[in-house]
Design a protein around this ligand. Structure first.
Ligand SMILES: Cc1cc2nc3c(=O)[nH]c(=O)nc-3n(C[C@H](O)[C@H](O)[C@H](O)COP(=O)(O)OP(=O)(O)OC[C@H]3O[C@@H](n4cnc5c(N)ncnc54)[C@H](O)[C@@H]3O)c2cc1C
Length: 415
């Protein structure tokens, strides 16, 4: 039986980037992918347009991550971060274009172009689809990789099987099973970047469905956690970038306690609102007109319904009622019942513990020759191109390390 230099398991962005480096360096590799085709999740990403990366510097990129060991990614992103990713695609015939001065999408507006760029240099003979890996054993200096019908052997094995989000795309947490079998520590996958459910919104604020707040600050009450961004009222609760970003911490908070969150419904601060109200009071403005000038018609009417205030001149309304209204406008509080499950979350928190891995290679410190890359590792970011970037960057780092090792015979560094 042929012993490959490297077997990559999982044909998503992380695995495909690693294969590009192996192909370029004439490494004897094989890619095993469980599905009949490659990168199903990448194809549906970004509304089938794939937000590949963003325009942040490495420092700002790392600062945006909700991770304890953010620094782990520093070397990786310095070597192959957003700038290098843009160049990689350009060299492979695909320009990435900037949107909202932050996110990069393919100029074709098609995620399939991203997949084409990632596969155009690969030798199809080195890719085996419909090969779901069931178990990996380590024997002396090589790995035995079992699929349903075949067995393969390799000196190095790179696991790029993704998380447990959208398991219908093939990413159903197998990487953690492989890790468990070889006593590698991991954190179970939990939902991140997803919607939240609130019975209070469904029962009391159904009329707010469809309302979006362009920019607000969400606070998880009882903690000092806050998040900024856009928010959307839905028929089940709340969504929008700020909610997606907060969802991971809301999920954790819900494990031990009841959770409520507060946010402002308006752009103005409490102080500015009070000042504006005082001015409007002097000018004898009707309360509905005032509210409509700072919110939407729907929200203005909602404020009157919630406070029970009749539409009259502001100077005719009691101070107590005005204060209640200020509270609703600037500190709207709702209880949260649950977070969308990890299967339907855009991303999962958890994965192979970064403490187990060498950041210079993504190699497992105590299992020589085994590596984990992409979302199967306890590394993830908010929406905005962070996750595909992490997948490509870790794939690049790992494959270069292995190539270097194979070509120069450098000893495996243990930390
Ligand atoms: C709806 C949606 C939209 C998204 N949009 C964006 C976006 O626009 N920008 C962004 O940055 N991120 C986005 N993400 C997140 C991003 O897609 C993932 O973080 C990224 O795909 C992870 O890459 P990966 O290579 O680590 O894993 P995956 O892309 O999950 O690939 C893992 C591969 O491994 C294969 N596999 C799994 N188990 C086995 C096994 N046992 N044997 C063989 N093969 C196996 C799977 O079939 C799959 O092909 C989105 C996610 C979702 C769900």
């Amino acid at each position: 039986m042929m012993i490959y230099d490297v077997i990559v398991i999982g044909g998503g962005p992380a695995g495909l980037m690693a294969c590009n480096i192996f192909e370029q360096n004439k490494v004897n590799y094989l890619l095993l992918e469980k599905n009949e085709k490659l990168a199903k999740k990448l194809l549906i990403s970004g509304g089938k347009r794939c937000n590949v990366t963003n325009n942040l510097s490495v420092d700002d990129f790392i600062a945006s991550l909700n991770l304890k060991l953010k620094k782990f990614l520093y070397t990786t992103l310095k070597a192959f971060g957003p700038k290098e990713i843009i160049s990689f695609f350009q060299e492979h015939g695909l320009n990435l274009v900037l949107e909202d001065n932050f996110r990069y999408f393919p100029e074709t507006q098609k995620s399939s172009s991203v997949l084409e760029a990632l596969t155009q240099d690969l030798n199809l003979n080195r890719i085996k689809t419909n090969h779901s890996v069931k178990r990996i054993d380590k024997e002396d200096d090589y790995f035995t990789i079992h699929t349903a019908h075949e067995i393969f052997q390799a000196k190095h094995v790179v696991i790029a099987t993704g998380s447990n989000s959208y398991p219908t795309t093939g990413s159903n947490g197998d990487g953690l099973e492989f890790a468990r079998h070889l006593n590698i520590d991991y954190i179970p996958f939990t939902p991140a970047e997803t919607h939240i459910f609130s019975n209070e919104i469904v029962e009391k604020h159904k009329d707010l469905q469809g309302i979006s707040i362009a920019q607000t600050k969400v606070k998880i009450n009882g903690t000092n956690l806050t998040y900024n961004g856009g928010l959307l009222f839905t028929h089940f609760g709340l969504s929008g970038p700020v909610i997606l970003h907060a969802s991971e911490d809301i999920y954790k908070a819900l494990l031990t306690d009841k959770v409520s969150i507060s946010f402002s419904l308006i752009e103005q601060s409490r102080e500015v609102l009070i000042h504006m109200l005082n001015q409007a009071k002097d000018q004898k403005v009707f309360i509905i007109k005032f509210l409509e000038s700072i919110t939407t018609k729907k929200l203005a009417q909602k404020m009157l319904d919630l406070t029970g205030i009749d539409n009259k001149h502001i100077n005719e309304i009691s101070k107590k009622d005005i204060n209640t209204m200020i509270e609703y406008l600037t500190n709207f509080t709702v209880s949260i019942d649950r977070v969308q499950t990890r299967d339907f979350a855009f991303v999962n928190a958890g994965g192979i513990s970064t403490k187990e891995l060498d950041p210079k290679s993504m190699g497992v410190k105590h299992v020589e020759g085994m590596y984990f890359i992409g979302e199967t590792v306890d590394l993830h970011g908010p929406i905005g191109g962070f996750n595909v970037t992490i997948a490509l960057s870790t794939g690049h780092m790992c494959a270069n390390y292995i190539t270097n090792y194979l070509h120069k015979g450098e000893p495996y560094e243990r930390n």
